[in-house]
Design a protein around this ligand. Sequence first.
Ligand SMILES: Nc1ncnc2c1ncn2[C@@H]1O[C@H](COP(=O)(O)OP(=O)(O)OP(=O)(O)O)[C@@H](O)[C@H]1O
Ligand SMILES: [Mg+2]
Length: 373
Amino acid sequence: MESVTKRYPDGTVAVDQLSLDIPDRAITVLVGPSGCGKTTTLRMINRMVEPSDGSILIDGMDIRQQPVNTLRRSMGYVIQNAGLFQHRTILDNIATVPRLLGWSKQEARARAAELMERVGLDATLAKRYPYQLSGGQQQRVGVARALAADPPVLLMDEPFSAVDPVVRKGLQDELLRIQDELGKTIVFVTHDIDEAVKLGTMVAVLRTGGRLAQFSPPAELLSAPADSFVEDFLGADRGIRRLSFFPSGRLELQTAPIVGIDADAAKIASRAEAPYLLVTDLDGKPLGWSEPERLTAGAIDRDQLIDHGRPFLPGTDSLRTALDGSVLSPTGWAVAVDGQGRAVGVVSQQVIGEAIRAAHGQVAQDLGVKAAR
Ligand SMILES: Nc1ncnc2c1ncn2[C@@H]1O[C@H](COP(=O)(O)OP(=O)(O)OP(=O)(O)O)[C@@H](O)[C@H]1O
Ligand SMILES: [Mg+2]
């Protein structure tokens, strides 16, 4: 988008000289307060709204150089509440665009069935009508319909904002999974900064009046907001949320404080230096914490153990998850597990705190290098 401005006939400037370089095969999120021009920006990309000034290019070609129908066929469009055709079945809703493109009914329905599976919809829902689906299911149908003709570009306007937080998280995870497989170029509009940070490869923060406040990868947004508007928009727990981008793989884990439920007195005594011992079952899965002196050899009482909080997967989970585990655990220690849920180590809040400070230092250094370039 090159210096794009939209002035509506009544004089409202919805978008003001917006320039954005939207990366290929990645999710770019437009985020900002209500009325800041997000929907207008999205609709200019598929020419539902024509810019007053500036130009939009795809792969170097001005979008005005091709027929509007060709342009729109190359872009799936998903909106809030899915916008499904109420008088058509789920299968036929998804088959709409392939049918318009001249596919046979059979081909289009086969494609629709394949997409239902891809977006996590049970095949038994195919013959239902939209009103017979939950909001979250309808939203999945909306995504499937947008993907039906396999367009390279997907435009999504607050697609998940009408569903409850749990369903919403499921839809976000599903989108990330689908994106991993399909690699679409997605422009995603939301006013929820957490959603933006979770989904975006790049995040454009807009301010009222349709002006760009910042365009950055989410980690950079959280570590270096451009100004106080962006900082306020990011909210109060920016520091904690930033930890989602710090890896937990380098945390130094201790294994000495871990004992099996079948541990004998000698073994427990040999570990008695630790303030708490993590007791695991015979498979090595964590059961809970205990002070060493409370453990009676061979007769560890599972009900007496202290809750071990939520374990984290080192390398996969972030420092935020590790910290959360240690905060939830009354002992202040977090438990690290492998993919099978077996304890591979424990780590104290203090060690996590040191890792956080080291990661901050690293980020400051990286940003410094970038600024110097
Ligand atoms: N057709 C129109 N005529 C005049 N003004 C319009 C028109 N459509 C939108 N606007 C105005 O343009 C501005 C941007 O609107 P837009 O719908 O792009 O905002 P938005 O960021 O998507 O907001 P929301 O988060 O509430 O969906 C608003 O001030 C809106 O009132
Ligand atoms: Mg909008």
